[in-house]
Each structure stands twice: as structure tokens, then as C-alpha cells.
Ligand binder design. Structure first.
Ligand SMILES: [Fe+2]
Ligand SMILES: [Fe+2]
Length: 261
């Protein structure tokens, strides 16, 4: 296995919580907006296993380095959702017990991806499809990362701050892995570049849009990225994804959120 993945595995861990002072978290409390954002994040983190199911349809998922990443990545994502739910409960706003099932039932976009793209397209385009998944992964990880960074900057709750910082550190590594692998896959064939661009342009939606309504997606965006921070974010993400082979000049975030600012 490459040294990159060896390094990733060696630092992979569940989010540390044993040194957190939950009494301090309770005392600081969570604003209504924070509760909305944390619930949103926790919901989408808990959907990772569904995305993993799609990723496992790729032949390359069973290459030792890719398998190692996917295993540790989904483990880490699970704990992101888990600790956020724990914070909500500690602060007196527990999420419903059957929350994950309820959210899963609303997973319209994933459902569609799983039923249509998974079995059919990924078989037809088996050698091009990893590029699609990796590119989707890169953009989703990057926006998630920026979301946690903003939440950390804005919150008055010291425990939430610490959690966001720890989660963001892992999201940064997730992004790096998806981005580097997307580049590698996109470089490999022109078919992969063509397919990734088409499917991103046709089908991309922001993190959580599969299980959240458009109004909820917009609300999250406007809480975390109001005004100028929003337009800066969409330009930054589009520009970064546009550095990938075949995705030059692609605009995904900007058209989607245009009406939000
Ligand atoms: Fe995460
Ligand atoms: Fe992540």
C-alpha cells in the first residue's frame, strides 16, 4: 500500500470525546440556528453508509488501498453523526430515537442514484465510474469541511467548537483523498472525464439535498454562509473542482445557490 494510505490509516480514529466537559456544553447551550445546523449535519453523516454501498459497486473498491480508505472513512463519518447527536442530547435537545430510519426514508436522491446509476450505469461504464464517484466525493467533502469550519468560528459553545475542529481535521483528509483519487481517475481516460462532467452538470446537488428539502438546504447555507461569505464559498469550491482534469470551468455551486445571495 502507498505511504499516503498508510499515513491515513495510522491517524484514523473516532472523534475523541472523553476529555469534553458536557456540563460546560449544557451551560453554553445551543442556539436555534445551531440546533438546525447540527441536526442537518448529523443526518447527512448518518447517511454515509448508503453512499458507501454505492461506492462498493466499483471494482476498484476492493483494491487494498481503496478498501482501507473506505473502511476507515465510513467509520469516521459514523462518529461525526454520533457525537453531534450526543451533543444535542447533552444540551437538552435529543434527536428522535428512530431519526436515522426517518431520514433514510426521505433519501430520494440517493434512492435514485442507487437504483439507476448504481446497478446500471456503473456496470456499463465500470471503468469510468470511479471518476464520477470520486469527483462527487471531493466536492461534498470540501463543502462539508467548510461548513464545520464556519460553525466552529461562529459558535459560543466551547464543546461544539472543539468537536467542529476535530471533525474538520478529518474532513480535510477525506477531501484530500477524494480529490487526489478523482484526479488520478480523471487523468486515466477521456471517457471518465466526459462522463464525470456530464453527470456532475446534470445531477449534482449539494450535501444533504437528497434527504433535505430545498428550503432546508437554503436555510443551512444562509445560516453558515450569509452574504459575501456565501458567494466566496461557491466560487472557491467551483474553482477548486475546476482544477480537476476535464472539469475546467465547471459551475455547480454557483448556479445552485445563485438565488440565495
Ligand atoms: Fe463527516
Ligand atoms: Fe467526510
Amino acid at each position: 500500500m502507498s505511504t499516503d494510505i498508510q499515513r491515513y490509516i495510522s491517524v484514523s480514529e473516532k472523534i475523541k470525546t472523553d476529555d469534553l466537559d458536557w456540563a460546560e456544553a449544557r451551560e453554553a447551550g445551543l442556539s436555534e440556528e445551531e440546533r438546525f445546523v447540527i441536526t442537518y449535519f448529523s443526518d447527512i453523516e448518518s447517511q454515509t453508509i448508503r453512499y458507501l454501498r454505492m461506492l462498493l459497486q466499483m471494482k476498484i473498491a476492493f483494491r487494498p488501498a481503496v478498501a482501507a480508505f473506505l473502511t476507515t472513512w465510513s467509520y469516521e463519518e459514523f462518529f461525526h453523526g454520533h457525537v453531534l447527536a450526543q451533543l444535542m442530547a447533552e444540551c437538552g435537545h435529543p434527536l428522535e430515537e428512530n431519526r436515522v430510519e426517518t431520514v433514510t426514508r426521505r433519501a430520494r436522491f440517493n434512492e435514485w442514484m442507487e437504483k439507476l446509476f448504481g446497478p446500471l450505469l456503473s456496470r456499463i461504464f465500470s471503468s469510468q465510474f470511479p471518476a464520477v464517484y470520486m469527483s462527487f466525493g471531493a466536492i461534498q467533502e470540501m463543502t462539508t469541511l467548510r461548513g464545520y469550519e464556519r460553525l466552529k468560528e461562529n459558535t459560543q459553545n466551547p464543546v461544539l467548537k472543539t468537536l467542529c475542529e476535530r471533525i474538520a481535521r478529518q474532513e480535510r483528509r477525506h477531501f484530500a483523498w477524494y480529490f487526489n483519487n478523482a484526479r488520478e481517475q480523471l487523468e486515466s481516460t477521456s471517457g471518465a472525464r466526459w462522463l464525470a462532467r456530464k453527470l456532475l452538470e446534470f445531477n449534482w446537488v449539494p450535501v444533504g439535498a437528497g434527504v433535505k428539502t430545498r428550503a432546508e438546504v437554503n436555510r443551512l447555507f444562509s445560516i453558515l454562509f450569509p452574504g459575501e461569505t456565501g458567494s466566496r464559498l461557491v466560487r472557491e469550491v467551483d474553482a477548486k473542482i475546476g482544477t480537476l482534469p476535464g472539469l475546467e470551468g465547471i459551475r455547480l455551486m454557483e448556479p445552485y445557490f445563485e438565488e440565495s445571495f
